[in-house]
Design a protein around this ligand. Sequence first.
Ligand code: CP3
Length: 346
Amino acid sequence: MKTEEKLLLRALRGETLPVPPIWMMRQAGRYLPEYKATRAEAGDFLSLCYNPDLATEVTLQPIRRYGFDAAILFADILLVPQALGADLWFVTGEGPRLSTIQTAKDFGKLGPAEDIHETLSPIYQTVKNLRESLPPEVPLIGFAGAPWTVATYMIAGRGTPDQGPALALMAENPALFEKLMDRITEATIHYLSRQVEAGAEVVKLFDSWAGSLEGLAYAKYCTRPTAKIVSRLRERWPDLPIIGFPRGATPDGYAAYAKHTGVDGLAIGGEMDTDWAVKNLQPEVCIQGNLDQALLVEGGPKLISETKRIVSAFSGGPHIFNLGHGITPDADPNNVQRMIDAVREG
Ligand code: CP3
């Protein structure tokens, strides 16, 4: 099948389609019984990420069950810090933990950006497996965390409600902060390049904590590193479709991101006003989003009416149907099917 027939790629190239392609953030995840079974077989989350056969299997599970229009590589944004030499582990029920970067000495323990590939080679193998096993009409999305979001975890050693430790390092030791940002940026370019070489057809940058950057800091540490990653990838792959997700950014922040980073697709959270996005963002880029993921827990008429409202609002331009953030473990798998039917019924 010709790539032009893949709906997701057509939307990202700017086409307005009669029915938007659909996929979901965290579509391979704990709301699915088959995911939980494979994760148990792997032992733990990181072992699952680094096992190409099992990571391929969990990536395919939501495609088989629902026929989504795109698959997203099963991995995690925190594998890059681990490949740079940070310790990484997951505490059940709490989330990720990493060794912290607070001083020049901590930074000195990290390896060079180009040395990440040995640790990450199982991920590239998963990408290769997926390109062989995905149905021909389903493109594969590779991904990485954007530098700011990855830095927040590396500095604090965990997720934080307000990214306080990273903002403090930025204020107190800007030289060290920038060195860390540059190292992550370079590693991300290496990592995404290998994913594309292995067969990823689209890449997505997750800047989940973009919302805690304000003003000049947002321009310096969200849009600028993103623009750098995009332009370096485009030097090698001029037509590579790229989706960016500056989650929680202000409307102006989103508009600047659409204008200055060079992304083709912009993922918007559930908090973003749909009509504002239609008017101010969709003329520049393909919009992805923005159904509130909580509706997949609740279900009922609101799930259907909200789904249809979003499809209809974005129907005049390029749109990829998705959630505002990842699906949660307590979501009902039947509600996912109801949402898909509501999108595809028109
Ligand atoms: O979307 C997908 O299905 C692809 C795989 C994927 C995962 N994480 C798998 C995962 C992707 C794209 C990510 C991105 C990611 N990871 C982000 C950015 C997107 C976002 O959610 O804002 C962030 C911030 C992380 C870091 C991370 N990984 C956290 C904070 C957690 C713990 C929270 C939680 O949900 O448990 C993870 C774990 C994680 N990553 C899980 C999955 C399926 C759950 C692990 C499990 O099975 O226990």
